[in-house]
Design a protein around this ligand. Structure first.
Ligand code: TYM
Length: 322
């Protein structure tokens, strides 16, 4: 099965990115998996050129560090394959202004900016191009990407109806637990690179001391009863889902083993630290040899381009351009 997904190099990778996406990618990788660092998407919000380059390389190292094997999966940087933007333009002419105006992430991000770029508005079309270029059947993402994925499906179907069978219509794949990791301080909103406070978001490369502090200080409630209930106890439910994602038990089973929040938090901190420390080590090793990292990325880009070129040709000739 052809799989594709992407992640933006827009800031520190947090636990939501890891459990919602990266860990699934590593677990499901095959010779037919394509994972990209979407640097062009990161241009939609203000970022300095130096930060963008640094984040792109660090995030690429992170993908290998979480377990993607360059001999198995194809890992590449979006802007190294020129067909993404070329297909995006064609798809912009298939997408409607109205449907892009309804994208909730656009509305939220636009509300937080003084002036926003046209790129922020057309962002989900570039994402659709990423997916459709690779004939992806499955797209492993967190819950917050559902609406964007639905747009990619709609654009594929509309294009196929209008111009003849060209694109595969992709399906989303959402992890069974931790598809939406919530902010540790405000558990009714998702953990986010751009919005969460320092205590609300846990970076996967945070120091051991910070990881422990953020879990111990995580917002819960005052009734003191350990049970898995998103409506009544969102803070605790979030911790139970994170625990469950790391331990492989169900959130209810984890809850049944504890009587006190403090004990649960302490064990969770141990679990998270033990799991993340080797990833940090591997990422640092990879970043120590940038030449090798860039070599792996150019191999990935060359492999990706073979597929992208063939799909782009199909789409371009279907609409009558080159
Ligand atoms: P991005 O970079 O914001 O996030 C990368 C991945 O992390 C998931 N995620 C979460 N999962 C669980 N809980 C959270 N709190 C949480 N926050 C983020 C996201 O769902 C995502 O899977 N538009 C995409 C990037 C993209 C893409 C693509 C994805 C560009 N092209 C093609 C798939 C296919 C984004 O901004 O993800």
């Amino acid at each position: 099965m052809r799989v594709l997904s992407g992640i933006q190099p827009s800031g520190a990778v947090h636990l939501g990115n890891y459990l919602g996406a990266l860990r699934q990618w590593a677990q499901q990788q095959s010779n037919n998996s394509y994972y990209c660092v979407v640097d062009l998407h990161a241009l939609t919000l203000p970022i300095s050129p130096a930060d963008l380059q640094r984040h792109t390389l660090e995030l690429s190292a992170t993908l290998f560090a979480v377990g993607l094997d360059p001999n198995v999966a194809t890992v590449f940087v979006q802007s190294q394959v020129p067909h993404h933007t070329r297909l995006s333009w064609i798809l912009e002419c298939v997408a409607s202004y109205g449907e892009l105006s309804r994208m909730t992430q656009f509305k939220e991000k636009a509300d937080r900016q003084d002036g926003f770029s046209a790129g922020l508005f057309t962002y989900p079309v570039l994402m659709a191009a990423d997916i459709l270029l690779y004939d992806a059947q499955r797209v492993p993402v967190g819950d917050d990407q559902r609406q964007h994925l639905e747009l990619a499906r709609n654009l594929a179907e509309r294009f196929n109806n209008r111009y003849g069978e060209t694109f595969v219509v992709p399906e989303g794949f959402f992890p069974p637990v931790a598809a939406r990791v919530m902010d540790l301080q405000e558990p009714t909103r998702k953990m986010s690179k751009s919005v969460s406070s320092p205590l609300g978001a846990m970076g996967i490369f945070d120091s051991e001391a910070d990881i422990r502090k953020k879990i111990m200080k995580a917002m819960t409630d005052t009734d003191g009863e350990v049970r898995f209930d998103w409506d009544a106890k969102p803070g605790l439910a979030n911790l139970l889902e994170i625990f469950s994602a790391f331990s492989g038990e169900t959130p209810d089973t984890v809850a049944s083993r504890y009587e006190r929040y403090g004990d649960l938090k302490k064990d969770l901190a141990d679990l998270v630290v033990a799991h993340l420390a080797p990833i940090t080590q591997r990422r640092d090793d990879l970043l120590a040899d940038k030449g090798e990292l860039n070599r792996l990325l150019s191999i990935g880009a060359a492999r990706a381009e073979v597929i992208a070129e063939a799909t782009y040709r199909r789409a371009a000739s279907a609409v009558g351009v080159n």
